[in-house]
Design a protein around this ligand. Sequence first.
Ligand SMILES: [Zn+2]
Length: 275
Amino acid sequence: MNEVLNAFTVDLEDWYQGLEIGPEQWSGFASRLRVGSERLLRLLDAASARATFFVLGYAAEQDPDLIREIRARGHEIGTHGYAHRLVYRLDPEEFKRDIERSLDILTGLVDTPIHTHRAPFFSITRQSEWAFDILAECGLRSDSSVFPVRNYRYGIADAPRWRYQVRPQLAEFPLATYRLGRRNIPVGGGAYFRIFPYTLTRYALRAINAEGGGAVFYIHPWELDPDHPRLDLPRRIGLTHYWNLAATERRLERLLGDFRFVPLGCLMQQEDRTH
Ligand SMILES: [Zn+2]
């Protein structure tokens, strides 16, 4: 196994919360949060790996015991905001209220302060960089919302590919990308992990580790739950959401065997010590 440390991160939300369906409609959908979460926790335990769970405040309100259990099993809890809205569609005040609401809920559930954040849909882009000021004001020390790629919904294509300081007290951990010519290819998890063959993900992550850095990998619980309901969605969203879900669990097992994973907070501490 490669000895470079990578960050394993989970965006903890239910299957319908990442579909750009407004929170006012969420109560109409059946919750399956536990199905994928429990599979994920079992895989992590079996590999003796720990992760950062970026928990959506709304999901924590629905199932507080699940969040306590995740923490009790040794994982780091971060915030994914409260209502899963695109940051660049909010104004700074709305974003701040959303973050504070999630932090209130999460700090009431776990014994440790919340230090890390990931924006819904990686939606800190050039037009919403003001969000970094608010995250720093809220006492967060790290963020993992920047995807250094071009995507219709997110991305800062020319952002650094490695950890960088976005504010004096706030470090950014961009999602893993593989450099091909002058382009960054997203290889950090989610739909990319399900669409590309596993051997390609492994090749790319090994290349990233050989460049000397840890990769930030992400997954959602619903990606381990191929039986969750199928909605009729806009083609681009529907295709990537449901693509190859049945392969996720088996692939994750291989990934956890091939690479060393720690929570983001551990990766940050380790890098602080060596730099
Ligand atoms: Zn999300």
